[in-house]
Design a protein around this ligand. Structure first.
Ligand code: ADP
Ligand code: MG
Length: 663
């Protein structure tokens, strides 16, 4: 039963005005060897490239690979599903070319093992034995662990022969496999190729211009013959092997086994080994990438560190969120309600005239102490933060006031004397105040008493000469007119709200005292740092992206033979595309980690320098975990984009041309 049946397999090339045509008709049985000879330029390589499924025939009468379990119509596959040919190359073909095409980053043993791994054979004692057997057979045992660059030409070529035989392909093809060797070594290598193929029952086609060598190696050789020109300027050569015509297969060609799914670990291994082999270049790329990322991280760290520290400091100041009018005015209930309704306002309580809010704390046997009374109400952020809002009959005093009242304790009743003058006569009432809490100096450093706003308003009413019947305070009959307020205490919801609320009050004619300047300074600093980060980041990353993309493209071009050899061994195009992408991924990962390390050092130095200025728990340079994760993701995405730029080149590259050029 023949293995390979080819008739009128034809390839045309046009070079300028001349048309070149090579034709072949031959039949090969398993284990059979065939030599193709002929003068240089007669189309030997062209025929072999067609047999190796590297270049598409211009025309094919018949192009069949008959395997024990299936017949593959290669001509039909070229027409209908050329992407499936990779699986056939991988499993059924072995190729030795003139340059050897060994992977420089794999040892001799690993180079030979590769086709087995590509075909899904794990490293087992059985596959290892197969490799060792070939190493012995080809006399490579002593150099098995060396890299190809340290080998002699002869050893390299024998390694390439071993690699073409190891997976026991049905068909082994060799294009001038020994042309770079001296005659003796060449003959030895050729003999090994022939016997190796015969032992594995593989059919063998060897191209060589050296007819004598083929004869000596016991390979029956056929020369390509020039055909008569049909037109002027047309060169035709044909290779015809007389063979009995066999029946065309009647059954439809069986489906070609699909390529195994992505063999990710193997691709990863190949990409990593190459990356490591070219460590100097890889190191440069990583370092350059890291040089672009590190300043970004440090700027980002400063932005979050310093700004967060300053903002937190401001927030720690209880007055930071306060918006208090400078001067007294007259506000109606409606005005106060309108202020309360402002979206970013968290708390408003109406206030009386300052002059009317001074009281005396009078205790027996002690001199009276004066203090100003301030209104409070449920939700007062200042009191809620430090103590709590006092109930109806309670009050909170400041530490400053408490210092003037020896032995004062929470829960005690303190008498407050409220005085007024009616027709020049002094009058007063005493209000028993229950001490609910004491505010620390950090909250308010003046002598103040915080009371529920209703009490303060009653005090004002009493001072104005009116009676407050529910408290038993005498005076004139209260008039029915609307209540008016002299001011208010206000807190906004966040630091960001300080400036808008201040501006809104200004629009309503109220000048308010705020920490807006400090907030503005911090916000300005934050925007400046953001801008600098964006500017520095934009420029460095754009430059980085261009240089990485060029590096990736240059790498792909430089390693064209690597990719062509991968194609020969049955790596699909998408798998080849993944290799530079994976390497870009390694670059990004290492670069991001390097910049993280450098950033760590910079952060330590910054923290150390800023230490005298920092308080407990504060940082000068701090990058949140989410930002670091985003940085890794960004670096990865950028690297992948750069890798994709190089893939464009891979999509259009022609392996057969690369193999010719680099042979
Ligand atoms: P041989 O291997 O016998 O020396 P080749 O098969 O390499 O010959 O080349 C046969 C002819 O085809 C040569 O004239 C060569 O210039 C031409 N040729 C080969 N490949 C191409 C191609 N891709 N495009 C155009 N012409 C080509
Ligand atoms: Mg050639």
């Amino acid at each position: 039963m023949p293995l390979l049946e080819v008739s009128n397999l034809c390839k045309c090339h046009t070079a300028g005005k001349t048309l070149f045509r090579a034709e072949a008709s031959l039949v090969l049985r398993p284990g059979q060897a065939l030599g193709i000879t002929g003068p240089s330029g007669c189309g030997k390589s062209t025929v072999l490239e067609m047999l190796a499924l590297l270049s598409k025939p211009t025309n094919a009468g018949r192009f069949l690979l008959r395997l024990p379990d299936q017949n593959l119509d290669l001509a039909a596959l070229w027409r209908e599903a050329p992407q499936r040919l990779a699986a056939i190359r991988r499993r059924h073909l072995g190729f030795v070319h003139q340059g050897g095409g060994l992977y420089p980053f794999l040892s001799v043993r690993e180079n030979i093992h590769l086709p087995l791994l590509l075909n899904g054979f794990e490293k087992t004692p059985d596959t290892n034995a197969r490799v060792e057997e070939l190493l012995d057979f080809l006399g490579l045992a002593s150099v098995a662990d060396k890299l190809p660059e340290t080998l002699s030409y002869g050893e390299r070529q024998r390694t390439a022969i071993a690699r073409a035989l190891v997976h026991q392909p049905n068909l082994v093809l060799a294009d001038e496999p020994t042309s770079a060797l001296d005659p003796e070594t060449a003959l030895a290598a050729m003999r090994l190729l022939v016997s190796g193929a015969r032992e594995r029952d593989s059919a063998l086609v060897v191209v060589s211009h050296d007819h004598a060598l083929l004869e000596k190696a016991g390979i029956p050789a056929v020369a390509m013959q020039p055909l008569a020109e049909k037109k002027s300027g047309e060169k035709c050569y044909s290779l015809v092997l007389p063979a009995p015509r066999s029946e065309a297969p009647t059954e439809k060609p069986a489906a070609v086994p699909a390529l195994p799914r992505w063999n990710l670990p193997l691709l990863h291994w190949l990409a990593l080994r190459d990356f490591r082999h070219e460590r100097a270049l890889s190191f440069c790329a990583v370092l350059a990438f890291a040089a672009a990322l590190t300043p970004l991280m440090v700027l980002g760290g400063l932005r979050t560190g310093v700004i967060a520290t300053l903002s937190q400091r401001l927030l720690n100041n209880p007055a930071a969120l306060a918006v208090n009018p400078y001067s007294s005015r007259s506000y109606s209930e409606k005005d106060i309600a309108a202020l309360q309704a402002l979206p970013q306002v968290a708390f408003v309580v109406p206030q009386t005239r300052t002059l009317a809010s001074t009281v005396q704390v009078t205790r027996p046997d002690r001199p009276p102490v004066s203090a100003d009374v301030l209104p409070t109400a449920t939700g007062d952020p200042l009191l809620e933060r430090y103590t709590s809002v006092p109930p109806e009959d309670g009050a909170v005093i400041t530490r400053e006031l408490a210092r003037s009242l020896p032995h004062v304790a929470v829960g005690q009743i303190l008498p407050l004397t409220i005085t007024r003058r009616v027709n020049g006569r002094p009058e007063s009432v005493v209000y028993p105040m229950r001490l609910h809490g004491i505010l620390p100096d950090a909250a308010d450093w003046k002598a103040h008493i915080y009371v529920p706003s209703a009490l303060l308003l009653d005090m004002e009413r009493y001072r104005d000469g009116f009676a407050v019947p529910k408290r038993g305070w005498p005076g004139a009959e209260p008039s029915g007119e609307q209540r008016r307020y002299a001011g208010f205490r206000m807190y906004v919801a966040s630091l960001e709200a300080v400036i808008p609320v201040r501006d809104e009050l200004k629009r309503r004619g109220i000048d308010a005292y705020t920490f807006a300047r400090e907030v503005e300074t911090i916000q300005g600093l934050k925007s400046a740092l953001t801008l600098v980060t964006l500017l520095v980041g934009g420029v460095t990353l754009a430059g980085m992206a261009f240089s990485l993309a060029s590096l990736a493209t240059a790498n792909v071009r430089r390693k064209a033979l690597f990719f062509a050899q991968g194609h020969l061994m049955g790596l699909s195009r998408r798998e080849l595309l993944l290799l530079p992408l994976l390497q870009m991924g390694f670059t990004a990962l290492l670069a991001a980690s390097t910049s993280l390390l450098l950033y760590g050092c910079a952060a330590i130095i910054l923290e150390f320098t800023a230490a005298p200025w920092l308080e407990n728990g504060e940082h000068a340079c701090q990058l949140p975990g989410a930002h670091i994760a985003a940085l890794y993701a960004g670096a990865f995405a950028l690297a992948c984009l750069c890798g994709l730029a190089s893939c464009r080149h891979l999509l259009t590259f022609r392996p057969e041309e690369v193999l010719r050029r680099d042979a």
